[in-house]
Design a protein around this ligand. Structure first.
Ligand SMILES: N[C@@H](CCC[C@H](N)C(=O)O)C(=O)O
Length: 282
């Protein structure tokens, strides 16, 4: 099976062009195998580039976590997907309509004067704030700075869905917060029936935050695009930042904006093609 390894700020993916490659029936097992960093290629996810189901759209993306689960959306993966679709000539438009389990997302390939790709800006759609739609257990309404006991840790979380679920915790000092211990406890907390991605965030000023993430089905990763979007939305809901801010992740920076007029969240960042290869499917 031919594949391309692509990353967005170190959040790395094995991307398979399903227009050309025959895929095995058990995609969850394929994801677990290719993502394995010792016995496989090594990645934070398996991404499939597929034909669109609706002719109004260009393409369809599916993504699988390293544990084989299929999330609704992935922000870094969709930038990687758009870059590959552009470079491989699968699309002629720089604005690409991509079907995902979270609805249609619209990445735009940003070109420099020399025609080289400078980055990808993605219209990530509207955040979902209603508790039951995130989904999170409890009474109807939003979840903003709400107390949640996670093991021995008394957190205050803000819950946001960007198609996939996120719980954002603001802390004073990330370097002294045991986020790698709290992350897996929060991921599997009974309040979240479909589990949750956990972001831990230090506000630097009203335009900058530092974020670390424990991803559902993947563990700690160097960056999370949907997590960065959820973080900006959570920061605005808590009046901690402006509607546009830079999020510093372990793998680099993302620019996130929550547009007041459309209610859409926009994410801008890089996508880097690393290598192509051939994987032996067993
Ligand atoms: N890294 C991604 C999110 C991938 C999916 C996530 N682990 C989930 O299960 O929801 C991103 O960049 O958004």
């Amino acid at each position: 099976m031919n594949f391309t390894k692509v990353h967005g700020l170190g959040n790395d993916f094995v991307v398979v062009n399903a227009f050309q490659e025959a895929l095995p029936a058990d995609l969850a097992a394929l994801a677990r195998a290719v993502c394995d960093r010792h016995f496989g290629i090594g990645a934070d996810g398996l991404v499939l580039l597929l034909p669109a189901e609706n002719p109004e759209n260009h393409l369809r993306m599916r993504i699988f976590n390293p544990d084989g689960s299929e999330p609704e959306m992935c922000g870094n993966a969709i930038r990687c997907f758009a870059r590959l679709a552009w470079e491989d000539g699968l699309v002629k438009d720089t604005v690409i309509r991509v079907e995902t389990l979270a609805g249609v997302m619209v990445p735009e390939v940003i070109l420099g004067e020399n025609g080289q790709v400078r980055g990808i800006r993605v219209d990530m759609g509207e955040p979902i704030l209603e508790r039951n739609l995130i989904p999170m257990q409890g009474p109807a309404g939003t979840v903003v700075n709400e107390p949640l006991q996670v093991g021995e840790y008394a957190l205050h979380i803000t819950a946001v869905s960007m198609g996939n679920p996120h719980a954002v915790t603001f802390v004073e000092d990330l370097s002294h917060f045991p986020w790698q211990t709290v992350g897996p406890l929060l991921e599997s907390h009974p309040a979240f029936p479909r589990k949750v991605n956990a972001e831990f965030v230090q506000v630097v000023n009203r335009q900058e935050m530092i974020m670390r993430v424990w991803e559902r089905g993947a563990g700690p990763t160097l960056a999370c695009g949907t997590g960065a979007c959820a973080t900006l939305v959570a920061a605005v809901l808590n009046d901690l930042t402006e509607r546009k801010a830079t999020i510093h992740l372990a793998g680099g920076d993302l620019e996130i904006e929550w547009d007041a007029s459309t209610n859409h969240v926009f994410m801008t960042g890089p996508a880097t093609i690393v290598f192509t290869g051939k994987y032996q499917v067993r």
